[in-house]
Structures are given as C-alpha cells and as structure tokens.
Design a binder for this molecule. Structure first.
Ligand SMILES: N[C@@H](CCC(=O)N[C@@H](CS)C(=O)NCC(=O)O)C(=O)O
Length: 217
C-alpha cells in the first residue's frame, strides 16, 4: 500500500473528495492540515503550479488536482472501483465531473457572492448550468450504481457544499422549489449510509463558512 498522506484544509470540498475516495477504498492515510493563509513549504514544493490543496502524497510522490487524484486512487487501489469499466461511461463521468468544476461550481460561487447588478446575471448562469445537469440525473440513482462512484464524489460539490455555502452566506441560489429533480437525486446521495457516516458535520461546516464568508454587517 505504501505511505499515503493528504495535505488538506478541513473546509475544502476538494480535499473531502480525496478523503472520501480513500475511505471508500479502505486505505489508511495521514492528514496534514494546511493553513492556506500561510502555506507550508511542502505544499508549495508539492503543488508549485497551483499551490492549492488537496495534494495526495503516495510514497513521497505528490499528485495534485482532486479529480486527477481520484483517478490515481482508482488506478492504484483496484478494490471498490470508482470509475465505470466501460470506456464510454468513463468518458461521460469525466465530462460531467469537469462540468461540475468548470461550470456549476464557479457559477454558484459567483451567484452566492455577487452583489448589485451582477446578481441576476450570475443567478441566470447558475440556473442554466444546473438545468443541464438536472437533465443528466433525472430519474437516475447513484452514478456508481448501488455504490458510490467517482461522479457521485465529484457531485458532492453541488449536493453538499453549495447548500452549506448559501446557508452560511444567507443567499438562496439552489432552492428545492426551483430544482426539485436535483434535490430528489441529491437526497439519495446524501442519504447513502457511507455518506451519512463519513461526510463532515453539516452544522459545523455552516458555522465555519459563516465565520469565513458571511458579510460583516
Ligand atoms: N481544481 C482544484 C481546486 C482546489 C482548490 O481550489 N483548493 C482551494 C481550497 S478549497 C485552495 O487550496 N485554495 C488556496 C489558494 O487559492 O491559494 C482541485 O480540484 O483540487
């Protein structure tokens, strides 16, 4: 198995992806908490391009970018596979994971954080990205079938973190009224026994995000 370390920040949703994937695989790992306001020399050495968490260090070798790390984990430890075996389905999973990271999450962040004239435009961008995703998940269960897969882990960014983030900031961007199909799917994922056991405590998360992001009024 070798030595496995994860440089992370507790509040980072991208870090949680890596921790959850390792737990699904039953891999023991050491957590190294990073202070992102004062990054460690090791973090900068391991991730000189982006200088971000998470970084997985396997036997001294760093792997960066959460989606790349998920694939590395899946290829290194074969038990409980995360990606589908079929090449077309694998390609689809990668496509939707990138869509979540490149379109849905930035649009949500913008919609939650923006003020004034930008609010409406940001919300429209988010709505249209989420409607596209809703079409993909409509009537479906977990992407991993009966178990959690790569895209389920990637999608936690939308299912868990966006609702937490919006609650902390006090701005409803992703509501049950507007996106019932999404929430029906998301409730299934968050209600999975593995997620219930391993996701961080929601209230602690809201409090932490509130302290970090809520407007100081
Ligand atoms: N695309 C990256 C995003 C990672 C990311 O944004 N990490 C944040 C914490 S959530 C970070 O390290 N930020 C530090 C910085 O921007 O200086 C991934 O998937 O790993």
């Amino acid at each position: 198995m070798g030595e496995v370390k994860v440089h992370r920040m507790w509040r980072s949703p991208f870090s949680w992806r890596v921790e959850l994937a390792l737990k699904l695989k039953g891999i023991d790992f050491e957590i190294i908490d990073e202070d992102l306001k004062n990054k460690s020399d090791l973090l900068i050495k391991y991730n000189p391009v982006h200088k971000k968490v998470p970084v997985l260090v396997h036997d001294g070798k760093p792997v960066v970018e959460s989606l790349v790390i998920l694939e590395y984990i899946d290829e290194t430890w074969k038990e409980n596979s995360l990606l589908p075996t079929d090449p077309y389905e694998r390609a689809q999973a990668r496509f939707w994971a990138s869509f979540i990271d490149d379109k849905i999450f930035p649009a949500a962040r913008k919609a939650i954080m923006s003020r004034g004239e930008d609010v409406e435009k940001a919300q429209e961008e988010f709505d249209s990205a989420l409607k596209i995703f809703e079409k993909e998940i409509e009537g479906k269960g977990l992407f991993g079938g009966s178990k959690i897969g790569y895209l389920d882990i990637a999608a936690l960014l939308v299912c868990f973190w966006i609702p937490v983030f919006q609650e902390a900031v006090g701005k409803d961007v992703l509501t049950r009224e507007k996106f019932p199909t999404f929430y029906a799917w998301s409730d299934g994922l968050l209600g999975h026994p593995f997620m219930k056991e391993n996701l961080p405590n929601r209230e602690e998360f809201v409090a932490s995000y509130r302290a970090r992001f809520a407007p100081s009024t």
